[in-house]
Design a protein around this ligand. Sequence first.
Ligand code: TYD
Length: 212
Amino acid sequence: MFITFEGIEGTGKTTQITKVKNYFESIGREVFLTLEPGGSRIGKELRRMLLHVDNKDIAPSTELFLYLADRAQHIAQVIRPELEAGKVVLCDRFADSTVVYQGYGRGLDTKTLQQLNEVAVDGLWPNLTILLDIDPELGLKRATLRNIEEGKAKEEGRFEAEHISFHRRIRDGYLTWAALNKDRIKIANADATPDEVFERIKSIIDAKLADS
Ligand code: TYD
């Protein structure tokens, strides 16, 4: 089973993915955790280029092709082999991030983006995508605090430095895109304690496990 996690900054995605990993292990499944950008060896180099604060001058289409390159490599070298080995693959961000950030966020055509995603994904779409949804002001506050605490404000601060209106577009974009992909993308409200949010996610996963 292939599950991806999406959402704006500061939804608590990382915390929830760890909880989901523990849950699958508790029911006897082997789990492989990964992320985008940066889930493969080559992808780690692409991630550094994409997120560094000195690369603010990146053109929207350059950014797009780097994310797609990261995904193509990730699918070929990591995700497909891990799924074939029978593991549950949990991925922090995937193709929907491209449609939402580069499309609804940066203004590239979402239909074209989805076609390019098809090339990168090579037939391997997630069985389930969990969208953690939160008010952008709250999410941004959480993300900025986390970056300061972890001393990563410079290396990974490029997105957090974007204006709040960009984050609002992203949040609305996610909700629009989720409505267009209801069968695969399920929304979990992330404005609650980590345990409460996890209960919401767990019921989505249990429903998926029951009908697969
Ligand atoms: P990261 O530090 O992993 O953010 P988060 O902790 O919020 O997941 O940075 C990833 C950033 O890259 C995030 O702001 C979204 C962006 N992104 C895109 O713009 N397009 C994409 O296709 C992907 C995968 C990520």
